[in-house]
Design a protein around this ligand. Structure first.
Ligand SMILES: Nc1ncnc2c1ncn2[C@@H]1O[C@H](COP(=O)(O)OP(=O)(O)OP(=O)(O)O)[C@@H](O)[C@H]1O
Length: 292
């Protein structure tokens, strides 16, 4: 493991009874990056993050978070982490400003509470009671509480679920500015566009294991190399995927004679197509493949 590694996970396993929630998961997160764990409901994202945070014990595997095994993490180690839990309803009678000021007292070098409230876009709501916030505003407050202690590593579990598009965009800007300040961020999401927009690297998780790990552009680029070609031959729809569509179309022209090839379509899969095929859900671009 190199000194630039913030999180290192090897051969991680966790069962709940017969259910293998995490089943041989491997990943590493470098200091200073936004790393996204992307996968459908039930893929094992939350279980993994809870193990990294030290809230859940693993069955086996190696885990290191900021150089420490989370199962042995002490208070000092924990103070270097920012953990944004699912919203809790406690302290709902305090105002936004009061709650942020209260959390700031837990840390040796907290951010300035007023500046932080402004940074998460809640200045207008500083005097509002927490229970009166909308879902998106509450989530921003959760993030403020997660970063008030200037964490080196921030964990976010599905941070924008339930946000409207504008709130998501400004939330993404907030996370980018944290990354620019040097905070390492590990976020789980089941939104492909969130991973594509934010992540420097992205692990696609399915059934408790990583099925692909790369930059979003490389994942998309991998897709773009494989092209779907569809046509109609002898009255039947045919399709195949190929890295050399020109050669295939040339062969079809030779076989089907001069003129237009009936029903010809050449489709370059999108990142979404790759993602859906990785998690085992074909989009309508991915027809059953028929040999050419
Ligand atoms: N405490 C638990 N007891 C039993 N089974 C659990 C428990 N927590 C999670 N599971 C199961 O383990 C699997 C992985 O769950 P996990 O919450 O880690 O997935 P996830 O990827 O975070 O899903 P989501 O996107 O829905 O939050 C699921 O099948 C879930 O039903």
């Amino acid at each position: 493991m190199s000194p630039t590694t913030a999180v290192h996970v090897r051969d991680l396993h966790k069962r709940y009874g017969p259910k293998r929630a995490v089943d041989g998961l491997e990943l590493s997160v470098e200091h200073g990056e936004i790393f996204s764990v992307l996968g459908p409901n039930g893929a094992g994202k939350t279980t993994t993050v809870e193990i990294l945070e030290g809230y859940r014990h693993r069955d086996r595997g190696e885990v290191s978070v900021l150089g420490t095994d989370p199962q042995r993490g002490d208070r000092r180690w924990r103070s270097r982490l920012g953990i944004v839990l699912q919203s809790a309803d406690d302290q709902a009678e305090l105002t936004v400003a009061e709650l942020v000021r209260h959390f700031a007292t837990f840390y040796p070098e907290p951010r300035d509470p007023e500046e932080l409230v402004a940074a998460v876009g809640l200045t207008e709501k500083a005097g509002t009671r927490v229970r009166q916030l909308s879902g998106g505003q509450r989530r921003r407050l959760d993030v403020a509480l997660g970063i008030v202690g200037r964490p080196e590593l921030l964990f976010l579990d599905e941070p924008t679920t339930g946000f409207d598009p504008e709130a998501r965009r400004s939330f993404w800007d907030l996370l980018r500015s944290l990354r620019d300040e040097g905070t390492t961020i590990l976020l789980t999401t089941h939104y492909l566009d969130e991973a594509e927009q934010l992540a420097d690297r992205c692990a696609v998780v399915r059934d408790g294991r990583v099925v692909a790990l790369d930059t979003p552009a490389a994942l998309g680029g991998r897709a773009a190399r494989q092209v779907m070609v569809r046509w109609v031959e002898d009255g039947a729809a045919r399709s195949t995927t190929t890295a050399e569509p020109t050669a295939l179309v040339t062969a079809l022209t030779a076989r089907l004679g001069p003129g237009e090839i009936p029903g010809l379509e050449v489709l370059r899969p999108t990142l979404e197509d790759v993602y859906l095929s990785l998690i085992g859900k074909a989009s309508d671009h991915h027809l059953e493949e028929v040999p050419a």
